[in-house]
Design a binder for this molecule. Structure first.
Ligand SMILES: [Zn+2]
Ligand SMILES: [Zn+2]
Length: 366
């Protein structure tokens, strides 16, 4: 194997990513070198490219969603099911590495809140060794503490990559939602995060799933995943949307609302459409993006509202999302609307930014 890998680099915000070559490091004890077969292009990659994410360290290789093949390893490695791994195995990697020893990891069992948590292609720079720390690359060096999921060789890895980010975050939202079978659910925002929320709502036994979004193609995807009512916010006023939600929920509002849009207006509307005693989950804000007006008496106390924020996800949630994707593989295949080779990564970013793509995937060896 030539010990050089091509990767596409973010050097300056809002300027095209550039292709560079890096030496491939030899894995140290516990590390795994993988050939990246599919790297998901996430909405947060677009935000990082625009310089909106305070965690970004230039220069860097973007990409936190990936799957591929083990090509080198140093020492024994097992996946999350304790299956031994070997060279040639197909794997999906959890996007974050946590310390396992802090208050959040050890006492509260909430590793997504670990202050030492870091993510490939988010907190990593390629300025120093081991360089290959983002998924927009031919090869990636995985840390000794990475959590791996072994994937059967016949499975198309491209379909799985969204499970490691938007899927896992949506799973975290459902994990904390206390949603019950028969509940009515609202999903605000119909990007990959919202589409996963619709699919989870269906699998959790929702009676009604109302999707609010601004892109017809994406709303159509929501319908195929089980949305019972689609409301296009460009065609219906806020008042008309409220009437439609109240009509379907016997005048009460929904039992659980999921804000998956990352827009303050969407959160305000979600709160207004939850019934008294209901729950509003907000998972859409991946970076600072504004504030809302909250009527503390009417919207919070009198309503007995449960308002729950969601930050990132744990390996448990990647497992939940992966199982969801595997159980509805044909539906999730349709989520991947655009595929690009590494040198067309700028087109991939554009396709996600303009919402032309529902989900774009880079194929580094394609
Ligand atoms: Zn992401
Ligand atoms: Zn920790």
């Amino acid at each position: 194997m030539r010990r050089e890998a091509r990767a596409i680099i973010l050097e300056k915000f809002n300027e095209p990513l550039v292709l560079r070559s890096f030496p491939i490091p030899n894995p140290k004890e516990g590390e795994v070198l993988v050939k990246v077969e599919a790297a998901g292009v996430c909405g947060s990659d677009v935000h990082m490219w625009e310089g909106r994410d305070p965690r970004t360290r230039l220069p860097m290789i973007l990409g936190h969603e990936g799957a591929g093949e083990i090509v080198e390893m140093n020492g024994e490695k097992k996946d999350v099911h304790r299956s031994p791994l070997k060279i040639g195995d197909k794997v999906l990697w959890n996007r974050a590495v946590t310390c396992g020893h802090c208050y959040y990891c050890k006492i509260k069992m909430e590793p997504s809140l670990c202050p030492n948590r870091w993510v490939y292609g988010i907190h990593t720079s390629c300025a120093e060794p081991p360089y290959l720390t983002g998924n927009y690359s031919e090869y990636l060096l995985l840390n000794q503490n990475v959590d791996l999921f072994k994937i059967r060789p016949e499975v198309n890895l491209q379909v799985l990559v969204p499970a490691s980010c938007s899927g896992a975050t949506a799973a975290h939202a459902f994990d904390l939602s206390r949603m019950e079978s028969g509940d009515s659910v609202l999903v605000q925002g119909v990007g990959p995060l919202g589409i996963f929320a619709v699919a989870f709502a269906k699998s959790f036994g929702a009676s009604e799933i109302i999707a609010i979004g601004g892109t017809d193609d994406r709303l159509k995807v929501c319908q195929s995943f089980g949305a019972t009512l689609n409301l296009n916010r460009h065609r219906l006023s806020k008042k008309e949307r409220k009437e439609a939600v109240m009509e379907i929920t016997h005048g009460r509002g929904v039992d659980v609302a999921f804000e998956m849009a990352g827009e303050p207006d969407a959160l305000e509307e979600s709160i207004s459409l939850v019934r008294t005693g209901g729950t509003c989950i907000s998972a859409g804000f991946g970076e600072p993006h504004g504030t809302i007006d909250l009527d503390c008496f009417h919207d919070l106390n009198r309503k007995n509202l449960r308002l729950q924020g969601i930050w990132a996800s744990d390996v448990k949630h990647t497992h939940m999302a992966l199982q969801l994707v595997l159980s509805r593989f044909q539906d999730f295949s349709k989520l991947i609307t655009h595929r690009f080779p590494l040198n067309k990564a700028n087109d991939a970013i554009r396709a996600m930014k303009t919402k032309e793509a529902v989900k774009a995937v880079l194929i580094p060896h394609g």
